[in-house]
Design a protein around this ligand. Structure first.
Ligand SMILES: [Zn+2]
Length: 496
């Protein structure tokens, strides 16, 4: 048996000003050929499960590329063509293959094709029309009918934070191997709601996504249902097909797949209002945080969440926290390579005044970058290299580039040269900050931080700042959508 395994992942925030080029993929991880297996074997990724399953089946494997970039703006043509080109040329030149297993995201938007994953799968089927293809996706994928039409089996994460990446890959690979052996005959159903669910309301510890994902497990326990997926979707994308969808893989009987899909979509639509975040004025929320007695208290700067394409240099929340006199605050993290260079030049212990952050303009929401002038001390300098020990991306090597800790106004601010969402305590422990002994942990994150910080979190306050991952839909324009979307259009109907 000969199998093609590959990974191509990016969550594209079309409102983000951060450019997604090949350099950005290389900064987080772009591996080719044998280096793919070295980089991903034993990690908590679907690709690691694909490698294990292929090896257990004594298959020859070809691994042309494994690439991921931190979420950001539109993927440039050169990057998309290069990554797809690696996969397509392997398919053309190193086959014939008995199958392909792909670890994709589902919310990649590329310059040449807004449905980037659909484009890749379609191109693969143009080369090899009968090729069985298994795909795993992130729960935040905006999945199209074109994707479903061009693969054989499909599965997505059931947990957010995504601590079940390997498990998702393993379940998908198991069904796929059974299909290759002729033991099952997968058929798929697909359906999408006109529902722009918000990421802040998709955590699987909370209703309604907890219940929603339990229902996918219940479906998988029915006879003849092989895999059931509910995608919350990724709302930070102005594309024709955005929002919540469900896909069910059944054995042989299309009607079973469709019935299961409808049960899942009915539940989601019935609870559509619960997928929408309720706002609280920033000053009021910060004042509330001051009154909480237990600690550490997690403060979420969710409108500038790097893991959804935030610039990580919006200073609005930090400014308010300082204005209200909160102290003993660890901040993870502000992106500002220039400030890091100034601190490196000054050295540990030096006192200096910085115009910190605010380097990115955000034209999509009409916001200008506004640095915050702070005087403080350089507490620590680091190369920003560490390995994830927590439950999400376990074993993955992280680089935040040259990194510094700046102490000012009672805050210890981690300042990085590369974007990174703080979903693991390593963002602090790698620079000598013990999160257990801070009063406040101010994180530019929404839900993923729960993976690494749940053991520390005694209380949480969600802060509405300014940034391109805002949950305020009125700030964003959805011009490209092919239908009215709830809640932007409260009158949106389903079925229509
Ligand atoms: Zn995700």
């Amino acid at each position: 048996m000969r199998l093609l395994l590959a990974m191509m992942k990016h969550e594209t925030n079309t409102f983000s000003p951060v450019v997604t080029d090949l350099k950005r993929f290389r900064a987080w991880g772009l591996h080719e050929d044998a280096a793919v297996v070295t980089a991903y074997r034993g990690t908590n990724h679907p690709l690691a499960a694909f490698i294990d399953s292929a090896e257990a089946a004594h298959a020859d494997i070809v691994t042309p590329v494994a690439a991921e970039a931190m979420p950001s703006g539109l993927v440039q043509k050169e990057a998309y063509d290069y990554l797809c080109g690696r996969i397509l040329s392997a398919l053309r030149d190193q086959g014939p293959f008995d199958g392909a297993m792909l670890d994709l995201h589902g919310a990649m938007v590329a310059e040449p094709d807004w449905d980037a994953e659909g484009g890749l799968l379609e191109a693969m089927r143009q080369i090899a029309p009968d090729l069985p293809i298994a795909v795993t996706f992130d729960m935040h994928g905006n999945i199209t009918e074109r994707v479903v039409r061009n693969c054989t089996v499909l599965n997505c994460y059931k947990s957010y934070p995504h601590t079940d990446m390997y498990v998702t890959g393993k379940a998908c690979a198991d069904v796929f191997m059974r299909a290759l052996r002729g033991e099952v005959k997968p058929v798929m159903s697909y359906g999408a709601l006109p529902l722009l669910a918000q990421t802040l309301r998709m955590g699987t510890a909370d209703f309604p996504m907890r219940e929603m994902q339990q229902r996918t497990r219940d479906e998988e326990n029915r006879p003849d249902i092989l895999l059931a997926s509910v995608f919350g979707g990724f709302p930070m994308a102005d594309i024709p097909q955005v929002g919540l969808s469900a896909i069910v893989v059944a054995d042989a009987h299309q009607a079973n797949a469709e019935a299961a899909r409808d049960r899942l979509l009915d539940f989601a639509w019935q609870h559509r209002a619960d997928f929408i975040y309720q706002h609280e004025p920033l000053a009021q929320a910060v004042a509330r945080a001051k009154t909480i007695t237990e600690q550490p208290i997690v403060l979420l700067d969710h409108a500038d969440n790097v893991g959804s394409g935030g610039t990580s240099d919006s200073m609005v929340v930090i400014r308010e926290v300082i204005a209200q006199g909160l102290t003993d605050v660890a901040v993870g993290a502000v992106w500002d390579p220039e400030a890091v260079q100034l601190m490196m030049k000054a050295g540990v212990g030096a006192t200096l005044t910085l115009d910190l952050g605010g380097k990115s303009d955000m034209p999509s929401i009409g916001a200008k970058g506004e640095p915050l002038r702070l005087t403080g001390r350089v507490r620590r300098l680091s190369d920003g290299e560490w390995t994830v020990r927590g439950p999400m991306y376990t074993g993955t090597h992280v680089t935040t580039g040259p990194t510094a800790v700046f102490e000012s106004e009672g805050l210890s601010i981690v300042v990085t040269s590369l974007h990174h969402e703080p979903w693991d305590a390593g963002i602090f422990t790698s620079v000598g900050i013990d999160p257990a002994h801070c009063r406040y942990l101010l994180l530019k994150s929404r839900i993923h931080y729960r993976a690494g910080f749940s053991p520390y979190e005694k209380a949480r306050v969600t802060l509405d700042g300014v940034g391109v991952t805002t949950s305020d839909n009125s700030l964003l324009s959805y011009r490209s959508s092919n239908r009215p979307l709830y809640p932007v259009h409260p009158e949106a109907k389903w079925p229509d």
